[in-house]
Design a protein around this ligand. Structure first.
Ligand SMILES: [Fe+2]
Ligand SMILES: [Fe+2]
Length: 408
């Protein structure tokens, strides 16, 4: 019996799939899978390509997370939200399932595949033999108004047999546009694709672990420098979030914005090299002491120099130049305008604004309104006018970040 869910609502998949050349699609899929990128994007494109290869209307991907499976993404060309594949991951209706955890057991097909490492192919999920060692969980069909019929679920299995995730595709489109069973060949293709995807997934996981451990080390180093100055880690958290928000506002791209978020906490790391007598002096500094204090920029750049990655090079530029001023009256080099690296011009506004709005032993916090006025007033003298404009246009975000990171 056919149903409204037999064919894609927009006819897109059927047409595209009939024209798909398996070999070309496989090559494209391998190229897609080996490009380094975030895990969600990687698995999203795996699902898209795998569905085309086996003519599946819908599908989903899960990743093993501790002792459970975490839902990563789903596609469904037959749903009323047929265009969701074109939308950014975070805006799709299926995004409501993000973070949903599925037990690795026999209560769902994906859970069973993850538990056993065995693929499963079912012609009609509502006619599964009650004696089968797994169950089909119909709750997703009910939730999204879908009717799953045929299904293949394969493990994303690393060499050495560890299952890293599960790829599941639903409702194969037959030649006449009806839902048909998947073939043994479909299952074999998906198993091969799953093996390639597992390698890429493991690489992506290792890359993210590495980034997390870098970030952790960086934040600890930066916090150590802040503590010497009587600061808490909250200053660098707020300041780096301001930097990220400004970078996004200025259209510098997600990657660049993420990089400045990680690089900017190290701006004052050079304070580790300033003698206590100067750094912690309660009264005003003499001219000589001020000169010594200004050396924290050069010392910081020295600590960070020679890094073999762009993140550290950016951190070095920020440490070196975050006290330069647009009009050339800053330090340590007195450089002017766009000679000052962009990341340092952004860090300058973020750092000064946070210093203004935070209480210090020798002063109380200045109000938000007054601090924004001071950023406006420093436009084209102290600060890069474009950066200052971007910052003041972000008032709501700045307030939210300020409130999020306050000492308990
Ligand atoms: Fe500084
Ligand atoms: Fe600072």
């Amino acid at each position: 019996m056919s149903s409204a869910y037999d064919a894609p609502a927009n006819g897109r998949v059927g047409a595209a799939l009939v024209a798909t050349d398996d070999f070309a699609a496989l090559l494209r899929l391998c190229a897609d899978l080996t490009a380094p990128r975030p895990i969600e994007e990687l698995l999203d494109s795996l699902l898209e390509d795998a569905r085309k290869l086996v003519r599946a209307v819908a599908g989903s991907v899960y990743v093993v997370y501790g002792d459970r499976l975490r839902f990563i993404c789903a596609h469904n060309d037959a749903s009323p939200h047929a265009r969701e594949v074109a939308a950014p991951l975070s805006e799709r209706p299926w995004a409501t399932l993000r973070g949903v955890m599925v037990p690795i057991d026999s209560q769902s097909v994906a859970g069973y595949v993850a538990a056993t490492g065995q693929p499963i192919r079912i012609d009609d999920v509502y006619a599964v033999d009650p004696a089968a060692p797994y169950r089909f969980d119909p709750s997703y069909d009910r939730k999204f108004g879908f009717r799953t019929r045929s299904m293949v679920a394969v493990p994303l299995r690393e060499q050495g047999n560890r299952v890293l995730g599960v790829l599941q595709v639903l409702n194969r489109i037959g030649d006449a546009g009806q839902v048909a069973p998947f073939t043994a060949r479909d299952q074999q293709i998906l198993l091969s694709v799953g093996a390639v995807a597992a390698v890429s997934l493991r690489n992506a996981q290792l890359r993210e672990e590495l980034i997390r451990s870098h970030l952790d080390t960086i934040l600890r180093l930066a916090t150590a420098a802040e503590f010497r100055d009587g600061e808490t880690g909250d200053h660098i958290r707020r300041m780096s979030c301001y930097c990220e928000a400004v970078a996004r506002k200025m259209g510098l791209g997600r990657e660049w914005a993420r990089q400045i978020l990680v690089a900017s906490p190290m701006h004052d790391v050079g304070k580790l090299g300033i003698p206590d007598a100067v750094l912690m002096k309660p009264g005003p500094l003499t001219a000589e002491e001020r000169k010594l204090m200004q050396q924290h920029t050069v010392i910081g750049a020295h600590i960070l120099e020679g890094g073999d990655n762009e993140l550290l090079r950016q951190a070095q530029r920020i440490a070196h130049s975050h006290h330069e001023r647009w009009d050339g009256s800053g330090y340590p080099d007195g450089i002017v305008g766009t000679d000052i690296p962009l990341e340092a011009r952004i860090a300058a506004v973020a750092d000064v604004f946070d210093a203004l709005t935070s209480p210090r032993v020798y002063k109380s916090a200045i109000s938000f309104e007054k601090s924004f006025d001071m950023v406006r007033a420093g436009r084209a003298s102290h600060f890069d006018p474009d950066v200052a404009d971007a910052f003041v246009s972000l008032e709501e975000d700045v307030r939210a970040i300020h409130e999020a990171y306050q000492p308990v």
